[in-house]
Design a protein around this ligand. Structure first.
Ligand SMILES: [Zn+2]
Ligand SMILES: [Zn+2]
Length: 438
């Protein structure tokens, strides 16, 4: 009962009221702004940005030593509604995302049933209307995500699908994928590829290598990703459709994207937070919460991915938030489903990458600017007379990530118990405080 009280206390929906934030460092990667200022929020908008504002609104926040930047966009997450509302609902997922500083999240269609028609797209928007932040759906590429026949993309695009994806599955048939890419051009929507040769990865649990041998479990070779990523790039060249490569995890993937980007402009790519932080060693001890697809790889892969971020080969950082029940995750490493939750730990983990020489503004560009370019949405900015969608972040606050504080319905994170540096203090969407660390 105490635990529930803690959670409820942390979710506060305060009706639009004027808010003054004093002496805060504004970081806006799109406008290239980095300055200390006061910010005044009124009528859901940022009404004033000035060195010193002398007003007395109902709420004043001391912003000293804190950062203010636009709300983050997550281009890749899984909410389990419809079908597995015990694991996550669109509402619970959006609350968890708000706690992580996200104000726009894009959910993949691998629900039960799959989001593969206009009615189900409308259903997601209907549920999303109850959420504190913006939730945008992808529609499936193929009916039931079975990889056989292409969906009614046009109808889904008209109903608001932001792009198309069979994520969780790869569209293994190259002709079907070619046709899907060609078809998507009519609606000018992005197609997301989960590049995995599913025959080669079959029954695999983790990265194939020394650790999988030591643990005695079936491995997934890097080639399962590399081979299919090569095919996907070739089909992007052939069709000139907008292709977004999901969750790169290998050194070779980065090399392939580097080569491709020299000649073609119609591909973009992403990396998950966990592929930048953890290696296959996280599976030692058979931790099911470190079982993800693609699997966690080696330190040399992490370094290649970091270089990919620096060289702008990798455009976006995503969570690939994938909630699973503890019953299923605890069913043994072989049977446990792939995936980990990720909204609430994303920012401190991403900012820890500054140890590789990446600047906070470079990292924010991949969480704010680039994801919106890919889906063709307006890029959030900190500017007078724009909607007040932003995060107030304390970069030096240390905290322990505890299971009982998790807002997601699922608790499958390998980061539980970690001391993290940097905390979202407030997330503000349309002038409302949708998350407060209290
Ligand atoms: Zn995937
Ligand atoms: Zn995914």
């Amino acid at each position: 009962m105490v635990k529930t009280a803690v959670v409820v206390k942390r979710i506060k929906f305060i009706n639009t009221m004027d808010i003054l934030i004093k002496n805060i460092r504004i970081i806006d990667p799109n406008q290239h702004i980095d300055k200390i200022s006061d910010v005044y929020v009124s009528n859901s908008k940022i009404s004033l940005i000035k060195k010193s504002i002398n007003k007395k609104p109902p709420k004043t926040i001391d912003g000293r030593n804190c950062w203010l930047f636009p709300g983050l966009t997550d281009l890749h997450c899984h909410l389990r509604e419809p079908g597995r509302e015990d694991e996550e609902t669109i509402l619970s997922g959006s609350l968890s995302a708000a706690a992580g500083g996200f104000t726009r999240i894009c959910c993949h269609p691998n629900t039960e049933p799959a989001i593969d028609n206009k009615i189900s797209i409308r259903y997601i928007y209907d549920r999303a209307s109850l959420c504190p932040i913006e939730v945008l759906p992808y529609g499936a590429i193929t009916v039931g995500r079975k990889g056989i026949s292409i969906t009614q993309m046009g109808e889904m695009a008209s109903a608001g699908a932001i792009g198309f994806s069979d994520d969780g599955n790869c569209v293994m048939n190259s002709l079907v994928f070619r046709r899907a890419l060609e078809y998507s051009k009519i609606f000018d929507k992005v197609v997301v590829s989960h590049s995995e040769d599913m025959n080669l990865s079959k029954s695999g649990v983790m990265n194939e290598g020394f650790v999988s041998t030591k643990l005695g479990v079936q491995g997934i070779p890097a080639e399962a990703e590399n081979i299919m990523l090569y095919r996907d790039i070739q089909l992007a060249k052939l069709t000139k459709a907008k292709l977004h490569l999901a969750h790169l995890s290998t050194e070779e993937s980065v090399r392939l994207v580097r080569e491709a980007k020299k000649t073609i402009k119609n591909i973009s790519s992403e990396v998950t937070v966990h592929h930048l932080i953890l290696t296959e060693e996280a599976l030692t001890g058979y931790n099911p919460n470190a079982k993800v697809n693609p699997p966690l790889r080696k330190q040399s892969d992490i370094e290649a991915l970091i270089n990919g971020l620096k060289e702008k080969l990798i455009d976006v950082i995503v969570t690939d938030h994938a909630p699973h029940s503890s019953e299923e995750k605890d069913s043994g490493i072989e049977n446990a489903p792939f995936g980990m939750i990720g909204f609430e730990t994303a920012l401190p983990l991403v900012f820890s990458l500054t140890r590789y020489g990446l600047k906070p503004v470079q990292l924010l560009e991949k969480l704010i600017v680039n994801p919106n370019k890919i889906i063709g949405y307006p890029i959030p900015e900190i500017k007078e007379e724009t909607e007040a969608n932003f995060v107030i972040y304390n970069p030096s606050k240390k905290w322990i990530y505890k299971k009982e504080d998790i807002l997601s319905k699922s608790k499958n994170s390998p980061f539980i118990g970690w001391e993290l540096k940097g905390k979202v203090l407030y997330t503000i969407y349309k002038g409302n405080i949708v998350y407060s660390a209290g």
